[in-house]
Design a protein around this ligand. Structure first.
Ligand SMILES: [Ca+2]
Ligand SMILES: [Ca+2]
Ligand SMILES: [Ca+2]
Ligand SMILES: [Ca+2]
Length: 389
């Protein structure tokens, strides 16, 4: 039985056309008509959604949507809530937990994975005013009432990522701590939902770090780490067996919001992809050999791209890029042609000032759908992919 993470299988490759062509509201570049035959749905919430994640959390096979909300007024609290996927693009109400009290700093950050080895997905919450960094364990039915704190290196973590650092089958944790440092921090998973401090290094760009990534870049079976910050993109190539290995090198100068590792060029080598809000571009740093990167290639998208996912959206088995554009209430789709280039980007309208994006097959038809959050509109925008008819 698979122990963790979500496996989403693309089963068909038929393309449909006829999507809605959305135009930016305040400048930026126009995209072409979206090529995926997207159907857009809007889900209204009582609170302001900020971060979103898609995965089967509640014990059935259907992907659910996990939402972290931000308060509207100082008298409200931040919430962690779940919309329980019904497998057809519809949702039922799931749990709703308070994760930050009124008048506390905003910014609880989530990650998910099976951190206690019982095959259900658990939730990590970092930077909570209640508990700093901690884990909510899944009871297998979609309740997360067991709370465990692992509050090392202070509590003000930026984005957090789970990965198996040392191949022992327990998920380990990586984040940037900005209160005491800034430090890049590693924690060893204990296999029970708790983590033990492994080590930390001062990271000069950490104050402006926004998102982190982990994955295998250089082929040594020891996952490598990345940080996107206002100063650049930095990578740490870890060496198998190294005790901590958090020495970062900046590989690209500039201001970046989100980054991810994946093969978007179709050559089997893992590339680095990031969003650059100020230039309205997505940058691809292509691997030219295992762990060796060539010149960055810039792709114009919508206005102020922020959060991003890599996923095979058109079913050709090569990863594509979808990013939220904060400045023009849209998602840009950069579809890889599988040979190192991308189709001209396409856009689709979503809620205003989208704050996050996640991917999963929400309607159960075999293609990957997208969901974005708009705190301003108090909505989630669900873009159902029409690749599989
Ligand atoms: Ca679990
Ligand atoms: Ca590649
Ligand atoms: Ca693709
Ligand atoms: Ca789908």
């Amino acid at each position: 039985m698979p122990r963790r993470n979500v496996t989403l299988v693309i089963v068909a490759t038929l393309l449909l056309s006829g999507a809605v062509d959305e135009r930016p509201a305040d400048g930026g570049s126009d995209g072409g008509a979206a090529p995926l035959g997207i159907t857009a749905l809007t889900h209204s919430l009582d609170t302001r959604p900020r971060r979103v994640a898609v995965a089967p959390f509640d014990g059935d096979a259907h992907p659910d949507v996990l939402v972290l909300t931000s308060r509207t007024t100082v008298t409200e609290s931040d919430q962690l809530l779940m919309l329980s996927g019904q497998g057809d693009g519809a949702f039922a109400a799931g749990f709703d937990y308070e994760v930050a009290p009124p008048e506390s700093p905003i910014g609880v950050n989530p990650a998910f994975g099976d951190v206690d080895g019982d095959s259900d997905l658990d939730i990590l919450l970092c930077n909570s005013p209640y508990f700093g960094n901690g884990t909510r364990l899944n009871d297998g039915q979609g309740d997360f009432n067991t709370w465990m704190s692992w509050n090392f290196f202070g509590g003000a973590a930026t984005d957090v990522v789970l990965f198996d650092r040392d191949g022992d089958d327990d998920l380990d944790v990586f984040f940037v701590e900005i209160d005491l440092g800034p430090y890049v921090c590693l924690g060893e998973g204990n296999g029970n939902g708790l983590f033990t401090a492994l080590g930390f290094n001062f990271f000069s760009g950490g104050d402006s770090a926004s998102q982190v990534a982990a994955g295998e870049l250089n082929g040594d079976d020891s996952p490598d780490l990345g940080v996107a910050s206002q100063g650049g993109i930095s990578l740490a190539m870890t060496v198998a067996g190294a005790p901590v290995g958090v020495a970062f090198t900046e590989i690209l100068d500039g201001g970046f919001r989100d980054l991810a590792f994946g093969d978007v060029t179709g050559d089997g080598l893992v590339d680095v992809v990031a969003t650059s809000p100020l230039t309205h571009q997505v940058v691809v740093i292509p691997a030219t050999a295992v762990g060796v990167f060539g010149a960055p290639v810039w792709h114009t998208v919508g206005r102020r791209p922020t959060m991003m996912v890599l996923a095979d959206l058109d079913g050709d088995t090569v990863l594509d890029v979808a990013c939220t554009n904060e400045g023009d209430a849209s998602v840009s789709l950069l579809l890889s042609d599988g040979a190192g280039s991308f189709e001209p980007f396409a856009k689709h309208a979503v809620g205003r000032s989208p704050l996050d994006i996640a991917v999963g097959d929400l309607d159960g038809d075999g293609d990957l759908d997208l969901v974005t959050s708009s705190g301003l509109d108090r909505t989630l925008s669900v873009l159902l992919n029409g690749t599989v008819p």
